[in-house]
Design a protein. Structure first.
Length: 245
């Protein structure tokens, strides 16, 4: 029996759902989950098929910077697990810190830095091993498929911060020193929650902009949405190929 796949779509990445053969949709509010007020987050689950796999697509997410706590932020992950999801694919929009990773390309997460100051596992001795948050065998499969498709797929470390403000150039220099390749405001807490539930995790950052201080232009959320939408097609092709592999 194949794993039921859950896919979480980040800012501007709603078009990733276009190739899913949708059977039904469920709004976040219908199952008592918080709804994001950020543009680019539709706030619904889509049940259907991608390739040969049954999937649940979580179209949008909530964030710490909206005033939600870590438990609320990861409620969607717990709900998908309750529906039978065994492998969770997380996507996000992120700023790139690496001159070799240009905006408009994708980075597969090999690891992360949780710099949010919180965890969905708070409240008890939930000592979950995090040696390999992002499933190694799945990463190898994605790596091979991306090469076959001629897709430029980077790999690196994602730094998750609270936001909502973008980082300062000094903070970006600090993150580079810590080993981060990309930075954003989501994903890490969802990954922690999924691993605590025994769910496999894969994650991808759409690199939508240069981080502060690496470009003369200022950062703008509209640019994040636009770049994410433009890059969505290549990721959907990769996910579709993975779902028939």
């Amino acid at each position: 029996m194949q794993d039921l796949i859950g896919i979480v779509l980040g800012s501007g990445l709603g078009p990733l759902a276009d190739r899913v053969a949708v059977d039904r949709s469920v709004g976040f509010a219908e199952v008592d989950l918080p709804v994001s007020k950020v543009k680019g987050h539709a706030g619904r689950f889509l049940f259907g098929r991608l390739g040969s796999r049954q999937v649940i697509v979580m179209q949008g997410r909530v964030h710490l910077y909206e005033g939600h706590d870590a438990k609320a932020l990861t409620a969607g992950v717990r709900w998908m697990h309750s529906q039978g999801v065994q492998h969770l694919i997380l996507t996000n929009a992120a700023g790139t810190l690496d001159p070799a990773m240009s905006p408009g390309t994708w980075m597969m997460l090999s690891d992360h830095l949780n710099l949010t100051g919180t965890s969905p596992l708070e409240g008890g001795p939930n000592f979950v091993d995090m040696t390999e948050v992002y499933d190694g065998s799945a990463r190898e499969s994605f790596r091979q498929l991306a090469a076959t498709q001629g897709m430029e797929l980077h790999e690196g470390v994602y730094a998750g911060l609270r936001g909502p403000q973008y980082e300062t150039p000094a903070e970006i220099r600090m993150l580079r020193t810590l080993g981060a390749d990309a930075v954003g405001m989501s994903t890490v807490l969802e990954a922690l929650q999924a691993r605590a539930l025994g769910v496999k995790v894969s994650a991808f950052s759409c690199l939508t902009n240069w981080a502060a201080g690496l470009s003369p232009t200022t950062l703008d959320h509209a640019e994040v949405i636009e770049t994410g939408a433009a890059a969505a097609a290549s990721m959907m092709s990769l996910l579709e190929a993975w779902c028939v592999a």
